[in-house]
Design a protein around this ligand. Structure first.
Ligand SMILES: [Zn+2]
Length: 185
């Protein structure tokens, strides 16, 4: 698989494309509209529901809508795959020890881009740029197995204070439903 020649992306049918601005220009314009209506909620940085959600970065996964969350309710920690990497443990540790969260929710999803990758991605990358990345791709073939592995990484971390409420799910991008994954298969 080539790394440097991705498939052509669908053309955005947005105002920025029509007006010649970049997508970032569009985001900045949207922010101006947002700020015009914004009222300081006067909130503390500690999440109201004392929960941290670790999820894939997938664009089809709207965590706040899918989980009925409001502003200030939770921490959201996202990366490719929703994998529990050392950096996710770093964020969870800060979330629990400095900002008071107690529950951890892990969300992977159907149709994840990582299902089609292997560690060859890393080898190909090394061949292309001449430097081996320090990180693993963390590709996986089975969603449930990977959710279980992620739960296990949270439960066995020595840095976390709260490991009794750790639950893992697979989000179906075609139905919007979450399916819980049992800790043992
Ligand atoms: Zn994904």
């Amino acid at each position: 698989m080539s790394i440097s020649a991705p498939q052509p992306l669908p053309q955005p049918a947005d105002s920025a494309a029509r007006t010649g601005g970049t997508v970032t220009d569009r985001l900045v314009e949207a922010n101006h509209r947002y700020a015009a209506e914004f009222q300081d909620p006067g909130m503390d940085a500690r999440p109201v529901l004392r929960v941290a959600v670790v999820a894939c970065m997938d664009a089809r996964l709207d965590l706040h809508e899918a989980l009925g969350l409001d502003l200030g309710d939770c921490h959201t920690i996202r990366n490719a795959g929703g994998v529990v990497t050392d950096d996710v443990i770093r964020s969870l540790t800060i979330s629990q020890r400095a900002l008071g969260t107690r529950s951890v929710v892990l969300i992977h999803h159907t149709g994840c881009g990582l299902l089609n990758l292997t560690e060859d991605f890393r080898h190909d990358l090394e061949a292309e740029v001449g430097q081996r990345p320090s990180w693993a791709v963390e590709a996986f073939k089975d969603l449930d197995t990977d959710v279980r592995q992620s739960m296990q990484r949270v439960r066995t971390s020595p840095f976390l204070l709260h490991k009794d409420d750790v639950r893992g799910f697979v989000f179906d991008v075609t139905t919007g439903l979450l399916r819980e994954v049992t800790p043992r298969g």
